[in-house]
Design a protein around this ligand. Structure first.
Ligand code: AMP
Length: 450
């Protein structure tokens, strides 16, 4: 769960990266960083906090040069502290190199112990750092050759940006787990996790970076390399369910449209006779619209969100998270009194949120609360970059739907079926990773990750 953004050869490079990161803030709220290059040296600044808190006009001014990359982070590998904030910057015998990574490597600790046994000293506990060490060690002449060599050793999910004094490299893993899109701003190439970042800066969307594709961007222009054998795609379906912003276009589709179709399919699979459909803000909105349109049950905003706080799930402390739901959401009592409602949310992870929300609905006087979830039960953790808790904390890994219904105190509970979910992404259905619902992991991973 991270967002990355880069731009090459633009006079406002670091200001534009700042804005790009602003648009990608939903992908990570722990730390933010920008590295720029003025063709002679790199300048960098990273700090814990939100983009708006981390950067000031003065700091951005110091990040001079026409090329820059940036990162917003939510830790899925490595702890939440400054030394793990990105972009990660190293000096080595050929110069300086910065890297920004979205995704999780599944063989990083194996490579790391090998490297450490041969004398490498690591500065962080991030999986990303192994890529840097591998690039620095290889003897090949060009950066692109060394990068290809390094990426051939690592396994797992990566969408990444590398910046040196004069070049920028963009890469997406051969399975395409995480999104990565290419755009253009007045002739300058821009790269981002999602297209919503292009909209903010007025850049034109060009295309998605292909799985397994590596771009080298330098003064000569942009060159594309495809050094890996072609693989079956495993794009993360959870980007569509929850993670990406609805206004983005990724994996060949607009996220909003896909989410709406999940809701419509859910209404076909699990209809119910009630007075109103109520979205759980904000992630449940598009699916609720789909549910309401398909079922012809009127939509009402029965739960109001306070927008001036972060996402509650993001708070690492369980105690704070519990309190968080109440600070964040409040029901409209006058609307709900003695009503039968169906609520739509995108997912249940631990089920603590649903339980609290239903309690609020009951206290507000709702007579029946039917819960509909626009994804299948999450039974397995993700090792490819989505922050899901360990298996024992995922309620659906050890409880039947009926038991979860009881736990959250709902009048009924239905999840979208896996078949229904696949139907909504039609002809591309086999290009997605569904491991969090099936346990069918597309790649082996080291047990210690689990
Ligand atoms: P829970 O109480 O753990 O079941 O939380 C479920 C809520 O968290 C849902 O409303 C989702 O919108 C949201 N959610 C789902 N997956 C994630 C995630 N990986 N990170 C943060 N929030 C999530």
């Amino acid at each position: 769960m991270c967002g990355i953004f880069g731009i090459y050869n633009h006079q406002e490079a670091s200001n534009l990266v700042y804005l790009g990161l602003y648009a990608l803030q939903h992908r990570g709220q722990e730390s933010a960083g920008i590295v720029s290059s003025d063709h002679r040296q790199l300048h960098h600044y990273r700090q814990m906090g939100l983009v708006s808190e981390v950067f000031t006009r003065e700091i951005l001014k110091r990040l001079s040069g026409r090329n820059a990359i940036g990162h917003v982070r939510y830790s899925t590998a490595g702890s939440s502290e400054l030394k793990n904030a990105q972009p990660f910057v190293v000096d080595y015998h050929r110069g300086t190199l910065a890297i920004a990574h979205n995704g999780n490597l599944t063989n990083a600790s194996l490579i790391r112990s090998e490297l450490e046994s041969r004398g490498s000293i690591f500065q962080s506990n991030m999986d990303t750092e192994v890529i840097v060490h591998l690039i620095a060690r290889y003897k090949e002449k060009t950066l692109i050759e060394r990068t290809v060599h390094a990426l051939k050793q690592v396994e797992g999910a990566y969408s990444l940006l590398i910046l040196t004094e004069r070049e920028m490299i963009v890469a997406r893993d051969p399975f395409g787990f995480r999104p990565l899109v290419l755009g253009q701003l007045k002739g300058a190439p821009v790269v981002a996790s999602e297209t919503c970042a292009f909209d903010l800066i007025g850049a034109k969307f060009v295309r998605e970076i292909e799985p397994g594709e590596i771009l080298l961007i330098d003064e000569q222009g942009t060159k594309s390399f495809k050094p890996f054998p072609q693989r079956q795609r495993h794009q993360c379906i959870f980007e569509f369910i929850y993670f990406a912003r609805p206004d983005s276009f990724i994996f060949n589709r607009n996220v909003y449209g896909v989410r709406k179709s999940f809701g419509a399919q859910l209404a076909r699979e699990a209809p119910v006779e009630v007075d109103m459909v109520v979205p759980i803000p904000d992630s449940g909105f598009p699916a609720t619209l789909g549910y309401s349109a398909q079922s012809k049950i009127p939509l009402e905003l029965g739960m109001i969100r306070n927008h001036y706080i972060g996402r509650t799930f993001i708070e690492p402390e369980q105690r704070i998270r519990h309190f968080g739901v109440k600070i964040k959401l409040n029901p409209v009592k006058e609307l709900l009194k003695n009503k039968r409602i169906v609520t739509v949310d995108d997912s249940i992870v631990r089920a603590t949120t649903s339980r609290k929300i239903n309690k609020m609905f009951r206290n507000a006087g709702a007579k029946e609360i039917h819960v509909r979830i626009s994804s299948p039960p999450i039974t397995h953790p993700c090792f490819f970059g989505i922050d899901t808790p360990k298996r024992s904390e995922l309620i659906a890994s050890s409880h039947e739907v009926k038991e979860i219904q009881k736990f959250i105190n709902a009048s009924s509970l239905n999840y979208l079926s896996l078949e229904g979910l696949k139907k909504c992404v039609k002809e591309d259905a086999e290009s997605f990773c569904y491991a969090c619902f099936t346990g069918d992991y597309p790649l082996p991973f080291q047990m210690e990750l689990e």
